[in-house]
Design a protein around this ligand. Structure first.
Ligand SMILES: *Cc1c(COP(=O)(O)O)cnc(C)c1O
Length: 427
């Protein structure tokens, strides 16, 4: 069933119980599933029938929740993963291997940068990082004949740069590759990247979607719009028989709507096993049920805090796309329902030491690596999540040494502002 308003989909999507069935999504806490004959089960293994046989590949609870996120994003197929990192990895490894090349925005999550620049590079996949502000010509210059995808974040964590998704999609499509968007900070409530030309969306559901700091998870959604069959030489894994799966050709058997996610399930989940537990998927759905309400409050608090900081004499600069005068204000207006998210970044006058002194004196906002949570939290990336990067790499990712990432929760804005006010008074 599909609903006209995304608010209704947050509450009702993905699962419609039949007569006498549980109202809430059932947690199918079972690794395995029973069949009457070997033949019945064989059909599942051959991907000839739909059904469940082993939770490492698929589980009904996970599928209900993936379906809800799929509906929220307006996609054709989706899968949950054990984490956002697994989602990022699968989204690329599903269509690229040793000898291939990917172009990615340099303004991305630190963990994603490390996955790409270090770990996946060791697997033989080369990455070129480009500025999120790169012109079409500059983006074009980064492409090679073996480029397989373009990757970026809707709102970069922690740089808070809003990506011009349409511009990135244009260049990707001119080069016959999909645009993969990490939509973690925006969520489908504030931006639906498929409407702007993105082909694949991924999430760290650990952040706003779960929203309560309760469970680590990820999700991949396919728009079903990218035509792999136009480029069979570029995407042989989708367009030619998979010998590891009884010779199935994913695009032929599952069409554009299902090929990408089926391949990621049948091959990558089978081999890497980054499955989310059904219990976590259940928690994730509880978060989804209030996502639309929470995002509105997160964004209201983000704007109120940004406006307060902007006028504070001890604050050197503020970054928030919803704030008039911000360099991403126009992009925020175009792509984001509320102009920004709950995360504000700013610099405390006095640099690194002043930032640390400020954070120590906060009472409500907790120092955490976490972000995008119902409870306000904050982080100094240069000494925590991004400490692997040298100053040049930090600058390319849009992070200065004095940057404080302040993630507004869903408390009252007035209390958050007085917490900030008191802490700044101690600096
Ligand atoms: C946290 C985060 C990730 C990684 O997700 P995990 O669930 O922690 O593995 C990826 N992208 C963005 C934008 C994030 O904020």
């Amino acid at each position: 069933m599909s609903y006209k308003n995304i608010d209704t989909t947050c509450v009702q999507g993905g699962y419609t119980p039949g007569n006498g069935e549980p109202r809430q999504i059932p947690i199918v806490q079972s690794t395995t599933f029973k069949y009457a004959t070997s033949e019945d089960m064989g059909k599942l293994f051959d991907l000839e029938a739909e059904g469940y046989f082993y939770t490492r590949l698929q589980n009904p609870t996970n599928d209900y929740v993936a379906k809800k996120i799929c509906e929220l994003e307006g996609g054709t197929a989706a899968m949950l993963t054990s984490s956002g990192q697994a989602a990022s990895f699968f989204s690329i490894f599903n269509i690229a291997g040793a000898g291939d090349h990917i172009v990615a925005s340099s303004a991305i999550y630190g963990g994603t940068y490390n996955l790409f620049a270090v770990t996946m590079k060791r697997m033989g996949i080369d990455f070129t990082f480009v500025s999120p502000n790169a012109s079409e010509e500059e983006l074009q210059a980064a492409f090679r004949p073996n480029t397989k995808a373009l990757f970026g974040e809707t709102i970069a964590n922690p740089a808070l740069v809003v990506l011009d998704i349409e511009r990135f999609a244009n260049v990707a499509h001119k080069n016959g590759v999909p645009l993969i968007i990490d939509n973690t900070f925006a969520t489908p409530v504030t931006c639906r990247p498929f409407e702007w030309g993105a082909d694949i969306v991924i999430h760290s559901t650990t952040k706003y979607i779960d929203g309560h700091g309760a469970s680590v998870g990820g999700c991949i959604v396919d728009s079903g719009k990218f035509d792999w069959t136009k480029y069979p030489d570029k995407f042989p894994g989708l367009c030619t028989p998979d010998e590891s799966y009884h010779g199935v050709t994913y695009t032929e058997r599952f069409g554009l709507a299902g090929a990408y996610i089926t391949k990621a399930t049948a091959q990558l989940m089978r081999d890497f096993g980054c499955i989310q537990s059904p219990q976590h998927a259940f928690y994730l759905n509880l978060g989804l049920e209030s996502l639309h309400l929470r995002m509105q409050r997160h964004c209201e608090n983000g704007l109120a805090v940004a406006q307060y900081l902007k006028n504070h004499p001890k604050v050197a600069w503020v970054r928030y796309s919803g704030l008039e005068g911000d360099e991403c204000y126009d992009l925020g207006k175009k792509y984001l329902k509320y102009g920004g998210c709950g995360v504000v970044s700013f610099g405390v006058k006095g640099g690194r030491a002043a930032a640390e002194a400020f954070m120590k004196n906060l009472k409500i906002a907790a120092i955490e690596t976490h972000v995008a949570d119902a409870r306000t939290c904050c982080l100094h990336p240069a000494s925590a999540t991004h400490r692997q990067m040298n100053d040049e790499e930090l600058a390319a990712a849009g992070i200065s040494p004095d940057l404080v990432r302040f993630s507004c929760g869903i408390e009252a804005a007035e209390d958050l502002i007085s917490d900030i006010e008191n802490a700044l008074a101690e600096v």
